[in-house]
Structures are given as structure tokens and as C-alpha cells.
Design a protein around this ligand. Structure first.
Ligand code: NAI
Length: 331
């Protein structure tokens, strides 16, 4: 039996969480879910959108599955997601991106991984008001964080049998900050002669990704570029509904999809639970539950390939409930 912290989040979070819990249960996964609430409602009742009990639960269980949590735009509390990553030092955000058979996209040979630094850059949230008309934000890049994220990318490439690691920056403009990131990448690359090392500017990367994505393999980059590029790469394989992710630290792992809480479709039984389900599959593999992981993976891929029961974002007209039932039928 595995003890796993489950954050159901808000928006579509609870709908997709319930779907995933049901599928894993029917697949025979032995999981004791430690359900923890976080977000705006919790801020009202407990005075903090990310109370200590959530952090303590993840520290105790070491593994969490997390649905999205809404962040107020331009005002209000700091992102729960960003705080969680920072407080647990989940320094590596891994976003694999591979075509899924049955989802029609302009390319059918995408197989890349975005490795995003998860703790600093403009996400450090250091902003200051100079006067009414001038605001500053500070981009924080350190040798320690840059070195360990690039090391993570190379180790990941080695473990997964991948061939190339690309360092992605804007070092021509951000000469000191991205320049430091690039220095660290070059140093680390020397220790991995079996993996090819390449560099590319983030703007050139974006253009080439939409022209010829199959040339890319493992892409490692600072936080903000990783955020933006991984939404782009999600688009290459069928959108946010199928884009998975994981936040890895030294002691803990939090598996969460790329997408947000999708308030526009909240409570309408329209959300696609695939992204969170793919995260749960990666979590099962992380827990060495390979057999159950494979069983769930086969069921979700079969459902999508058959194309009879699909959610709207995948071009179908089925509800979250119908799609979930079809995956369970295919287990
Ligand atoms: P979003 O990812 O929630 O939605 C963008 C578009 O994709 C919407 O049209 C939405 O309906 C669609 N979409 C997303 N996930 C879907 C799914 N599973 N099935 C079907 N359609 C799906 O991005 P948005 O609107 O920018 O953010 C909404 C909120 O989520 C914000 O408060 C944001 O801060 C938060 N957010 C939270 C994240 C997290 O908890 N890790 C990550 C990203 C955003």
C-alpha cells in the first residue's frame, strides 16, 4: 500500500482527480490517498492557501499527485504551485511530450522532454514598485540551481537512452543571468561525453519547434522559458488536456499536469482527465508499480486510438464521466 498525498485543487481539479482515483482503483492500484485541500477556499477558512499541513503531508508521504490550483492574476496571494515547488525544493520540472496515436496533429514524430528549472528566475516573485509608472522584476539565476538542473537533464538523458541535451537561453540579451546558466551548462556537459550537447536561443527554438519538432530531444532551460515552451510543446501533441508533468526534488516528487484549473469549463463535465492520468501513470512507475502503470497506459491509449469516446478538446463530444468509463472498460 502506498501513501500518496492528493491535492484535488480547484476549477476542473476535483472532476479530473475523481476520474483518476476511480481509474487507478479499478486498475487495482493499492493507494491510500491522503487528501489535502489548498487554494482560494482554504485561504478563506485557514488564512493561508497553502497551509503547513499540506507541506507536512507531502514531506511524510514523499509523493503527491496534484491537480491544478487557481492563482489570482495581478493581485491576491502568491501562486500555491510556485510556493509548493519552492518550499519542497522541487527543483526539476519534467514535461515529456510525445505524440499519442489517435490524436491528429500537424506532426507525428514529436518525442522531446522539457526540463525546466523550477525555483528561481522571474518566478522568484521579487518585484518592486519604483513609482506609479515604473515596476521592476528581478530575474534570479544562481550557479547552484543552474548546475543541478543541467545535471538533472543529463542524468535523465542517460537514464532514458536519449542522445542530445539542448541548453535554451536568451544569453545574447540577458548576458549575466542567462550567461551564467550557459556557463554552468557547458561545465556540466563536459562530464557527459556520451551525450551530445547543443545550445539554442529560446526565440529560435520556438520557431524551429513549430517547423520541425522532431529534431529536438531533451531541452533544459530556466524557469520562465520552460513555462512558455512547455505550453507550446503541449500544443504539438494535442494540447493541454494530454500534457503531463512532474516536479522532482531531492526527497519528494509531486506529479502534476501542465494545464491550469480551466475555469471556463469548470463543473461542466467537459474536462479531459488524460493529463492528470498520465501523471499518475508516471507516478506509478516512480513507485515501481510497472504492471499497473502499463495496464492503465494501455487503456488510455486504446481509448484515444479508437476515438469513439473522446472529450471535446480531443475532437469528440463525450463527457469526462463517459471518457472515464471507457478507459475503465478498456483496462
Ligand atoms: P488553463 O490551462 O487552465 O486553460 C487554458 C485552456 O485550456 C482553457 O481553454 C481550458 O479550458 C483548456 N484546458 C486546460 N486543461 C484542460 C483539460 N484538462 N481538459 C480540457 N480543456 C482544458 O490555463 P489558464 O486559463 O491560463 O489558467 C487558469 C488558472 O489555472 C489560473 O489561475 C492559473 O494561474 C492556474 N494554473 C495553475 C497551474 C497549476 O496548478 N499547476 C498551472 C497553470 C495555470
Amino acid at each position: 500500500m502506498h501513501n500518496i498525498t492528493l491535492i484535488k485543487g480547484d476549477g476542473i481539479g476535483p472532476e479530473i482527480s475523481d476520474a483518476v482515483v476511480e481509474i487507478l482503483d479499478k486498475a487495482g492500484a493499492k493507494i491510500n490517498w491522503d487528501i489535502q485541500t489548498a487554494g482560494a477556499d482554504v485561504a478563506e477558512t485557514e488564512g493561508d492557501p497553502l497551509p503547513k499541513r499540506v507541506i507536512e503531508s507531502i514531506k511524510k508521504n514523499k509523493t503527491a499527485l496534484k491537480a491544478p490550483v487557481t492563482t489570482p492574476i495581478g493581485k491576491g496571494f502568491r501562486s500555491v504551485n510556485v510556493r509548493l515547488r519552492k518550499e519542497l525544493d522541487l527543483y526539476a520540472n519534467i514535461r515529456p511530450c510525445k505524440n499519442i496515436e489517435g490524436i491528429k496533429t500537424p506532426f507525428d514524430n514529436v518525442d522531446l522532454v522539457v526540463v525546466r528549472e523550477n525555483t528561481e528566475d522571474l518566478y522568484a516573485g521579487i518585484e518592486e514598485k519604483i513609482d506609479e509608472n515604473t515596476m521592476h522584476a528581478i530575474k534570479v539565476i544562481t550557479r547552484k540551481s543552474s548546475t543541478r538542473i543541467v545535471e538533472y537533464a543529463f542524468n535523465y538523458a542517460k537514464k532514458m537512452g536519449r542522445k542530445t541535451v539542448w541548453a535554451v537561453t536568451k544569453a545574447n540579451i540577458c548576458k549575466l543571468t542567462d550567461g551564467l546558466f550557459l556557463d554552468c551548462a557547458r561545465e556540466v556537459a563536459k562530464n557527459y561525453p556520451e551525450i551530445e550537447y547543443k545550445e539554442i536561443l529560446v526565440d529560435a527554438l520556438c520557431m524551429q519547434l513549430v517547423q520541425n519538432p522532431s529534431k529536438f530531444d531533451v531541452l533544459v532551460m530556466p524557469n520562465l522559458y520552460g513555462d512558455i515552451v512547455s505550453d507550446l510543446t503541449a500544443g504539438l501533441i494535442g494540447g493541454l488536456g494530454v500534457a503531463q508533468g512532474a516536479n522532482m526534488g531531492v526527497d519528494c516528487a509531486v506529479f502534476e499536469p501542465v494545464h491550469g484549473s480551466a475555469p471556463d469549463i469548470k463543473g461542466q463535465n467537459l474536462a479531459n482527465p488524460t493529463a492528470l492520468l498520465l501523471c499518475a501513470i508516471e507516478m506509478l512507475k516512480y513507485l515501481n508499480e510497472f504492471e499497473i502503470a502499463k495496464k492503465v497506459e494501455n487503456a488510455v491509449y486504446k481509448t484515444i486510438k479508437e476515438g469513439k469516446v473522446l472529450t471535446k478538446d480531443l475532437g469528440g463530444n463525450s463527457t469526462t464521466t463517459e471518457f472515464t468509463k471507457e478507459i475503465i472498460r478498456n483496462l
